[in-house]
Design a protein around this ligand. Structure first.
Ligand SMILES: Cc1cc2nc3c(=O)[nH]c(=O)nc-3n(C[C@H](O)[C@H](O)[C@H](O)COP(=O)(O)OP(=O)(O)OC[C@H]3O[C@@H](n4cnc5c(N)ncnc54)[C@H](O)[C@@H]3O)c2cc1C
Ligand code: FES
Length: 257
């Protein structure tokens, strides 16, 4: 983990509310970063907003990191105005990330912007010749991102929207249940999920009911990002843990929802 100033390489809108920002990293950092780790980015020098915001690694390589973010408030709105050559104050990489001692088969589940870290994870699987099954869910078509990138990595991608404007209509967990109860499921399989808490709870419950190992990446409000302020505590069967330091990736069955 390192605090550094990074030059923005590009910052492109990829959907109405979603951008991909890439920044230069210090030597070799991009090679070492794990899928599921995150960076805390301070978007300006002022006290508004005071705190850096956490964003997962979307893609890493060639001395650069990409993050994929959705505009939801002040910091992400300011981030969306950054141009090539602007400098960002960054802390990271932070957190544990997904296990990379990977053995397949794997099911990846992403809800909303939670799909962002699954692209780097799918890349790691592709490097091990594992083609995961991926379920991407969002409210509407305009919130579906990364489906093309994941297909390019060889993943079998299924899209679900709540209003049926793209892919199947419904919830991502409905398709997940069909998959894990279906005859064609290759075992032993592991589920990796990132997205809103209600989705993660539902995915964790399905995994528990069908005895499938499941790793989830949690999002909590963060201040320090390094385990000292106790602001991102989450209750687990082993007591309170910090999402920033002990996570953000946890074994789903450890979480007390
Ligand atoms: C480990 C981690 C990884 C993340 N990775 C990504 C990513 O790859 N892409 C991405 O777009 N976002 C990601 N986020 C969420 C991102 O950090 C927030 O969207 C961002 O901090 C919002 O800042 P803001 O000032 O724009 O909005 P704020 O004004 O802070 O918040 C705007 C709205 O978003 C909600 N919100 C903000 N942060 C959170 C949170 N942590 N949990 C639940 N609700 C929240 C608020 O309740 C509010 O309704 C991640 C969060 C964590 C903890
Ligand atoms: S953000 Fe401070 S302990 Fe996690």
């Amino acid at each position: 983990m390192k605090q550094f100033y990074a030059k923005v390489i590009s910052n492109q809108r990829i959907a109405p509310d979603h951008f991909i920002l890439s920044f230069k990293t210090p030597h070799a950092m991009a090679k070492k970063v794990k899928p599921g780790q995150f960076f805390k980015i301070k978007v300006n020098n002022s006290s508004k907003p005071l705190l850096g915001r956490p964003f997962s690694v979307h893609k890493a390589g060639n001395n650069k990191i990409e993050i994929l973010y959705k505009i939801v408030g002040e910091a992400t709105r300011i981030l969306s105005t950054k141009k090539s050559g602007n400098i960002l104050d960054i802390l990271g990489p932070l957190g544990n990330g997904f296990d990379t001692g990977l053995s397949g088969p794997a099911i990846l589940v992403g809800g909303g912007h939670g799909v962002a870290p699954l692209v780097e994870l799918a890349k790691k699987f592709a490097n091990h010749n594992i083609k995961p099954v991926v379920f991407i869910g969002a409210r509407t078509k305009k919130h579906i991102v990364c489906d093309k990138d994941l297909r390019k990595l060889g993943a079998q991608v299924h899209v679900v929207t709540e209003d049926g404007s793209k892919g199947r209509k419904g919830l991502v967990t409905e398709l997940l249940k069909n998959k894990i109860t279906g005859k064609n499921l290759k075992k032993p399989v592991t589920i990796y999920a990132c997205g809103p808490k209600p989705m993660l709870m539902a995915v964790g419950k399905l995994a528990k009911d069908y005895k499938i190992p499941c790793r989830i990446s949690l999002e909590e409000y963060m201040a320090c990002g390094i385990g000292t302020c106790l602001g991102c505590a989450v209750k687990t069967r082993g007591g309170y843990k910090m999402v920033c330091k002990d996570g953000p990736v946890f074994d789903a069955k450890e979480i007390v929802w």
